[in-house]
Design a protein around this ligand. Sequence first.
Ligand code: URA
Length: 198
Amino acid sequence: MIRKQKQEQLDELANLILEDNPTPQLKAQATQLVFGSGNPDADVVFIGEAPGKNEDLKGEPFVGAAGKFLDEMLDSVQLKRSDIYITNIVKYRPPNNRDPLPQEKAAFWPYLLKQIAIIQPKIIATLGRHSGSAFLQDLTISRDHGQPKKLRVVLDGKEETIVVLPLYHPAAALYNGSLRETLLEDFQIVSRIISNEL
Ligand code: URA
């Protein structure tokens, strides 16, 4: 029941983005909105940067090579996509996969906070520098990855504490053995936080 209510709220939020059209230029060049997918009752919300080509075509985040790798990482801590929720800071594919512009990230920020307010996860795991630094302004990914940080944010008009765990982007670790090991270790932290061990 609760789950259905959250899914309905998320659907309404996706429709609101379509109506408000916060980034008309991105929308005009993209195939579709990539709002987010997974379990609306998840304890962990993963947040990437922006959809790529595969995501744009399919309408779901992390369905390409980085997504396959993400599935491996999830599998290493006995998690499935249906246990987690996943989205991006920017919800339309930037042309030619360029980095999202600061104004594009800013345009989606209030909707992202609303998405988090609906799901109420225990932890937000950011994937990559762009996503991490949207939450933690002085982030240095090589120094801060794998270390949960508490943050005060206003969610739905109420000031609340959220826990943000910055992680490397799976695409960065795809062909880098040592980053891969680091990411595997950091996923253990995700698992320990959601099972209340940390
Ligand atoms: N990289 C991202 O940051 N997000 C996606 O959805 C896919 C690749």
